[in-house]
Design a protein around this ligand. Structure first.
Ligand code: PLP
Length: 453
């Protein structure tokens, strides 16, 4: 490793970590009792910790390392770009080739309505950009009263003030006085947990009609947009019934509100289509992207903007008073260009759709016979297992999160990263995994479920 990063024992890293490092979304008192796991390197689909243990990464880091670890081209393109032009901004009548080329490539690989992109450093910044852009859009069109953005409970759209406000995570709202004004939440399309006696198709329509009810409650002339993840990721890989998005689309059209598809997780092949919007047939106006855009090798995000929205902002909008120092960072853009080229040249998205995705889903569903598993669901290379006390009634455990956390820790000790969202176990492994990797994941998952029981 680099000479700037010394080599230390696990105990020394843990002591320094505990002394100085505040981690995201972490109970530090609990972490101090366990000690931080220190990941020192990775290759392919495997992580290695400071004790040299090999761990299969069932989460692609945080749903982002879609091409797996150790891709030399991505490192080399960043290295070369940093020597050529490590930084310049795209403010004030300037730009540079990597950002321009990435914009061109993104317009090529995204659905046809998208003609423009606004670059950010992350998915959260992309969603902050969405809030400002949709309000600006209506303002420019002479409807400044259209400010309300409708989102969903248990959505995740990031951790900045606007991102966490768009998100529907109660524990996040409880800290810091969120949501910010003008953001409201409707129910989520969570059939397993909330569908009751309805079929998935019936429930999908019911959940979507909550949007219309909310629009009518607020007043249609006050609503700016609806935002949703095609599949809710951090909320527990909640895959809406097939009837949900078509109904949402109709309602958005009926009331003339903008539709925003947050593709930060679903984008760049996760579902077996380039974008989750294509999997569900969503035709949105704005599309936040990040994560898989650079396979996580460097931080970058953006908002794809449909032609009809871009035209309004460009032709009538004047200055859009928004942007970040790292909007369109050259090295990150170069890595994103390389990522898109690899996805294309190696046919990775097709492979997820027609080969490794179906294989993983078939094996994943076999876990539904386990006594702890109430439902095994997924699409492409994303999946969830609902751990329940009673499979017949879908009744959960008395202390939500306890069994999920236990299962997660057992998975790690068995050499598998599987994340727990309360008592839902989730995976989103690298898109490049082999059938042998899938088999290993399934063996480790089943053994961990057995040991959790
Ligand atoms: N949107 C979605 C759907 C996400 O899953 C995430 C992160 O998990 C974000 C936005 C926020 O992205 P970031 O963590 O890069 O700010």
């Amino acid at each position: 490793s680099s000479s700037f990063i010394p080599s230390r024992s696990t105990a020394d890293w843990q002591a320094l970590d505990a002394a100085h490092y505040l981690h995201p979304f972490t109970d530090h008192a609990a972490l101090a009792r366990k000690g931080t796991r220190v990941i020192t390197r990775a290759e392919g689909v495997y992580l290695y910790d400071s004790d040299g243990r090999q761990i299969l990464d069932g989460m692609s880091g945080l749903w982002c390392v879609n091409l797996g670890y150790g891709r030399r081209e991505l490192a080399e393109v960043a290295y070369r770009q940093m020597l050529e032009l490590p930084y310049y901004n795209s403010f004030f009548q300037a730009a540079h080739p990597p950002a321009i080329e990435l914009a061109r490539l993104l317009v090529e690989v995204t659905p046809p309505q998208y003609t423009h992109v606004f670059f950010t450093g992350s998915g959260s910044e992309a969603n902050d950009t969405v809030v400002r852009a949709v309000r600006r859009y209506w303002d420019v069109l002479g409807q400044p009263q259209r400010t309300v953005i409708i989102s969903r409970k248990n959505a995740y759209h990031g951790s900045t003030m606007a991102g966490a406000s768009l998100g529907g995570m109660a524990p996040m709202h409880a800290q810091g006085g969120l949501p910010i004004p003008g953001i409201v939440h409707i129910r989520q399309p969570y059939w397993y947990g909330e569908g009751g006696d309805l079929s998935p198709e019936e429930f999908g329509k019911v959940a979507a009609r909550a949007l219309e009810e909310k629009i009518l409650e607020i007043g249609p002339d006050k609503v700016a947009a609806f935002i949703g993840e095609p599949i809710q990721g951090a909320g527990g890989v909640i895959i809406p019934p097939s009837t949900y998005w078509p109904e949402i689309q109709k309602i958005a059209q009926r009331y003339g509100i903008l539709l925003v598809a947050d593709e930060v997780i679903c984008g760049f092949g996760r579902t077996g289509e380039w974008f989750g919007s294509q999997y569900f047939g969503i035709e949105a106006d704005l599309m936040p992207i990040a994560k898989g855009m650079s396979s996580g090798y460097l931080p970058i995000g953006g908002v794809m903007v449909a032609d009809r929205v871009a035209r309004v902002l460009i032709e009538k909008g004047g200055d859009f008073n928004h942007g970040f120092t790292y909007s369109g960072h050259p090295a990150a853009c170069a890595v994103a260009c390389a990522t898109i080229n690899i996805l294309r040249n190696e046919g990775i998205v097709d492979r997820v759709r027609s080969d490794i995705g179906p294989y993983l889903q078939q094996r994943w569903r076999e876990l539904a016979d386990h006594p702890l598993v109430g439902e095994a669901r997924g699409v492409g290379l994303i999946g969830a297992l609902e751990l329940v006390k009673d499979k017949a009634t879908r009744q959960g455990f008395a202390d939500p999160g306890e069994i999920g956390t236990l299962c997660r820790d057992i998975c790690i000790s068995n050499g598998l990263v599987m994340r727990a969202v309360r008592d839902t176990m989730i995976i989103a492994p690298p898109l490049v995994m082999t059938r042998a990797n899938v088999d290993e994941l399934m063996d480790k998952a089943r053994r961990s479920l057995d040991e959790t029981l």
